[in-house]
Design a binder for this molecule. Sequence first.
Ligand SMILES: C[S@@+](CC[C@H](N)C(=O)[O-])C[C@H]1O[C@@H](n2cnc3c(N)ncnc32)[C@H](O)[C@@H]1O
Length: 290
Amino acid sequence: MAGHSHDDIDWADRLAQLRMADTLDAGALAPVARRLVGRLPERPVVVDVGCGAGGMSVLFARELARGGGGTVVLVDATPELLAEARRAVSGVAGETVEVVGLTGDLADPGLGGQVPAADLVWASGVVHHVGDQQAALRTLAGLLQPGGVLAIGEGGLEMRCLPWELGVGRPGLEQRLLAARGAWFARMRAGIRGSVAMPYGWPRALREAGLEDVESFGALIDHPMPGSDLLREYVVHRVGWLAGSVGEWLDDDDRAAIAALTDPDGPDFLGKRDDLSLFGAKAIHCGRLR
Ligand SMILES: C[S@@+](CC[C@H](N)C(=O)[O-])C[C@H]1O[C@@H](n2cnc3c(N)ncnc32)[C@H](O)[C@@H]1O
């Protein structure tokens, strides 16, 4: 099912937001890339499944280039994102790092036949878009060579960007947006064909996938106010995107407030504020194949 995800999301349409998030997350994720690559043998193969705009693989490629080089394999179901990731990673790879791009579907148990055996498999924000998440983890573990590490970015704390009172609409808008997002998420999961419940946490799921030495850690995304122009642009984008996906769970007052906050010509435009921030955390879970 190349070029197609299972969740009815137009991923190509998310490119601008993914690119901005990659830039804003890089400071928090660079130590994660260093920690994961630092444990690998010489000239390793790193596979990034659901690579999006390629932000994490840019960090992996930098780490590999600082060492003796290696290979970064980018895999995504969305050709537009894969092309962007290739462009971004090739820009930092240098001569010692080979960059390979493959269109592929994590829900395809045959994915391993298309991807070289990996020392590190990274999959962030993609497993929860596949119907059978446990099967997807088994597929990811199957990409590893013996001794290889699977690291997934799943869960953590949703980004907080907005003050409690905005002077527009009722206080607490962001909390209501995130609660609505929870309802959206449940419906998205239920709507994936072949969706299977996974009534346990990610560390246990990694063990069920046959991995050992399972551990979890967090990476804090912390951009305090007043923040950069990029932060303001990202927050405007994020609020509009959240509202677009969860509008049906919001009341008329909140919808009107969001319209005012995201109107670049209006007096309440978020992009003119100096009190926005970005605060959240990514959870990373990893395990090793014996
Ligand atoms: C939320 S984005 C995460 C991007 C990036 N890994 C990150 O953490 O920023 C999800 C990515 O997974 C890709 N994707 C969704 N379903 C997929 C599937 N079944 N197989 C492969 N990639 C998929 C999308 O195209 C998108 O690039």
